[in-house]
Ligand binder design. Structure first.
Ligand SMILES: Cc1ncc(COP(=O)(O)O)c(C=O)c1O
Length: 478
């Protein structure tokens, strides 16, 4: 059940602004920060750069979760008022998250995490993999997009084909893909939209076309991409897409998208009688969008044992409210329409425009940071960016990983920055294949600085100053 009212006209969807309005509008970061309680919590606000690990949430998310826990914390899909409220919020959240990535309500699962979703998906596809089939895995993947596919290959006799990265730049080459990886045997290609170490935006649409041309499926890990850019699964033409909502200003859930035409292929991972009990077994059962009947469809039952945590799902409505508030604040000439009355298209349009502001703002943060690194003593001491030194948001996400100069101690550096209330992180970030291919020890050797649109320019200045202090201490003790 979509939480929506009457559909609104095209002019309300698209608004009255021109392209140049959009180009002139800049993200008001002070307004953004007012929505996040963390930034008014301490005298020296946190300068947080571990956003690729997980973001803070705005007040709207806290309120939506609190409202659910206060009023609707019972089993959904029953007929009492509280349960109906729970159903409306759970289904409303799933519908809105579908809009968020331009999917249908029936194509989205909210599971515990991306890792859990991928595990379920791999198991559910097992009957379709056989000896002779090939699964392409890139060396940019987080391990959660590796392990379950390797296991699937071991269990079925399928073969894993590695799409290697360039050992220096960390980049994936389309030429290498076409000439060394892709073949008529390709059954599945797993590729990250933007790696949590390298940051480059991979050309997913092109890869999807190539994979489909040989009859394979494509699965995209959007976990590092989706907090910074608007995802459009239809425009990308992908079969499966995953992202983690706790990295997009929300609570700890993972979103799995499965193209509708593939639902019947998935083997049930839930309790045996469940799909039939809900009247949606794949053979002969209903496969349509069950939003209308207020019950989950086959995809959501089959791939989500235990079903979605409803209070966490409800928090997604808070995240959507937050995006809507940003839209209304930055485009005040628009008539403010409540979330519950926006059509899918109108909501989606607002999300797209807010992401345009976010991309532009994060590009400015990245420019400042990279310009500093390039000319700094850190660079002359040997701090090296992994991946491309570019800021264009169509080519890079603002997640920057560095090789440390010799004798620097990443853990000490991170602890020292934490004393100044600056959050960065050091480790492997579960991208073990990537680190290994880059010639780095897989137990962890990367300093990662990842931005969010709530970072202030002054946060970057504080980070730069603190890095300078550490660097000069290293020079003194050298
Ligand atoms: C790129 C990437 N993919 C997948 C994951 C796994 O996500 P989850 O923690 O939701 O299982 C992460 C987590 O950090 C990630 O960064």
């Amino acid at each position: 059940m979509r939480v929506s009212g009457p559909s609104i006209s095209e002019s309300s969807v698209r608004g009255h602004h021109t392209r140049s309005d959009q180009e002139q509008t800049e993200l008001n970061v002070d307004f953004v920060r007012q929505q996040f309680p963390i930034f008014s919590h301490q005298d020296t606000p946190l300068a947080f750069f571990d956003n690729a690990g997980g973001t803070f949430v705005p007040q709207q998310v806290i309120e939506a979760t609190s409202e659910f826990l206060s009023l609707y914390k019972v089993q959904p899909y029953s007929s009492n008022d509280a349960s109906q409220g729970a159903t409306t919020r759970l289904e409303g959240a799933i519908g809105r998250m579908a809009d968020f990535i331009n999917a249908k309500h029936s194509e989205v699962v909210l599971g515990n995490s991306t890792t859990m979703n991928l595990s379920m998906l791999a198991q559910s596809l097992r009957p379709h993999f056989h000896e002779g089939d090939e699964i392409i895995l890139t060396e940019q993947e987080h391990q959660s997009n590796v392990t379950f596919w390797q296991r699937l290959a071991e269990e079925t006799g399928a073969k894993v084909v590695t799409w290697p990265i360039d050992g220096e730049s960390g980049q994936l080459s389309l030429e290498v893909f076409s000439e060394q990886c892709l073949s008529e045997k390709t059954k599945l290609c797993c590729v990250t939209h933007s790696s949590n170490i390298v940051g480059t935006v991979n050309p997913i649409k092109t890869i999807a076309e190539k994979v489909h041309a040989v009859g394979g499926w494509i699965l995209v890990d959007g976990v590092s991409y989706a907090p910074h850019h608007c995802v459009d699964v239809q425009a990308l033409g992908v079969d499966f897409y995953v992202l983690s909502l706790y990295k997009i200003f929300s609570t700890h859930l993972g979103l799995l998208y499965v193209k509708e035409s593939l639902h019947n292929l998935l083997e049930n991972q839930n309790l045996t009688p469940l799909p039939s009990a809900y009247g949606c077994a794949p053979q002969g059962g209903q496969q349509q969008n069950n939003a209308m009947t207020c019950a989950p469809n086959y995809l959501r039952i089959a791939l989500n044992p235990g079903m979605t945590n409803p209070e966490l799902a409800a928090s997604m409505l808070g995240m959507c409210e937050y995006f809507l508030l940003l839209y209304q604040h930055h485009f005040p000439q628009e008539v403010a329409i409540p979330l519950s009355e926006l059509s899918s298209e109108a909501f989606r349009h607002r999300v797209e425009r807010v992401f345009t502001l976010i991309e532009r703002y994060e590009t400015e943060l990245s420019k400042k940071f990279l310009a500093y690194i390039k000319d700094s003593t850190l660079n002359s001491m040997g701090l090296r960016l992994i991946g491309l030194s570019i800021t264009d948001s169509s080519r890079r996400s603002p997640t920057f990983s560095f090789r440390l100069p010799e004798r620097w101690n990443g853990k000490v550096l991170v602890a020292q920055l934490a004393e100044h209330n600056i959050g960065v992180s050091f480790g492997s970030f579960y991208a073990w294949d990537c680190l290994q291919a880059l010639g780095l020890p897989s137990e962890g050797a990367v300093l990662r600085v990842s931005f969010s649109h709530y970072n202030h320019m002054s946060d970057i200045e504080r980070l730069i100053e603190a890095l300078e202090v550490y660097a000069s201490e290293q020079l003194e003790t050298a």
